[in-house]
Design a protein around this ligand. Structure first.
Ligand SMILES: NC(=O)c1ccc[n+]([C@@H]2O[C@H](COP(=O)([O-])OP(=O)(O)OC[C@H]3O[C@@H](n4cnc5c(N)ncnc54)[C@H](OP(=O)(O)O)[C@@H]3O)[C@@H](O)[C@H]2O)c1
Length: 252
């Protein structure tokens, strides 16, 4: 005899920004099983095929610039009038793209690329956090996770290289640390995480997967579950917690 297990969804909403990305879309799927509504924000006009059948998904399209972010945050707030926001995942980021890849030496540094990496990896998530702050302040308890990376740890940098990506993630962590202090005063019920997913099988890591040791390349689905577990365990204590998929703290 088959036993059907019915999991009651929390009467809360969750938000994912960067919802068309590898980790972002897997996180949407995982959240959709647990929360009554998932609001997904992306630059893409439509959800990827894997998300198309989710009945409790609300897809918002927003360009990656200040005005569009503010407008999208207002739309999120409208959606959350009836369902309080409990989880926010900012899953955007870039490592390589048209005409740029991680630098191996000082000779490869390029000012425009450095600026682009700072803009996407550090500035954009902070613009989102700032735009969502009024909504977070009104929440009755929420956890925000921002996708960072272990290579943004200054203490952990023994290999060098990857100047722009490392520096932009270190900048992200510093910006988040300041935000944690402020939220601790203005929205003490909000927990904040800088999350390192581990090397995950997405477009971002694709060119760099060859040397990943056996068993250390994670599926986006498993990372999404780990992320939600870390978020469930997060304390709202005015601190920024820089943690990996296993819940281990990462040194600054
Ligand atoms: N994969 C890994 O091994 C790994 C390891 C450590 C840390 N991370 C971090 O995890 C996060 C998610 O990465 P992922 O692996 O899921 O990568 P991904 O599949 O490439 O997704 C990244 C998403 O970020 C958004 N994005 C990319 N370029 C952008 C730009 N120029 N402007 C605005 N948004 C942009 C896009 O979201 P939309 O298309 O929805 O707009 C994109 O789908 C990133 O912050 C990354 O640094 C990943």
């Amino acid at each position: 005899m088959m036993t059907e297990v019915i999991v009651k969804k929390a009467e809360r909403a969750a938000l994912v920004v960067g919802a068309a990305g590898g980790i972002g879309s897997a996180t949407v799927v995982a959240l959709a099983e647990r929360y009554q509504q998932v609001i997904a924000v992306s630059r893409q006009p439509r959800p990827p095929a894997a998300l198309a059948d989710l009945a409790n998904l609300c897809w918002l399209t927003a360009a990656a610039e200040e005005g569009a972010i503010a407008e999208a945050a207002r739309a999120v707030a409208d959606h959350c009038e009836s369902l309080p926001l409990a989880r926010v995942v900012l899953a955007t980021g870039t490592l390589h793209g048209d005409g740029y890849r991680p630098e191996k030496s000082l000779r490869e540094l390029d000012a425009a690329t450095l600026g682009h990496l700072y803009q996407v990896n550090a500035v954009l998530p902070l613009l989102w956090l700032a735009a969502l702050e009024p909504l977070l302040r009104r929440s009755d308890g929420a956890t925000v996770a921002v996708l960072s990376a272990r290579v943004g740890s200054i203490a952990d940098n023994r290999l060098g290289g990857w100047y722009g990506y490392r520096a932009s993630k270190a900048a992200l962590n510093m910006l988040l640390r300041s935000a944690a202090v402020e939220l601790g005063r203005r929205a003490p019920q909000v927990a904040l995480l800088a999350f390192h997913p581990g090397t995950t099988d997405t477009a971002l890591s694709k060119p760099f997967q060859a040397r990943v040791p056996e068993g250390r390349l994670f599926s986006p689905a498993s990372v999404a579950i780990a992320l939600l577990e870390r978020m469930d365990a997060a304390q709202a204590d005015g601190e920024l917690h820089f943690v990996d998929y296993a819940g281990e703290s990462i040194p600054w």
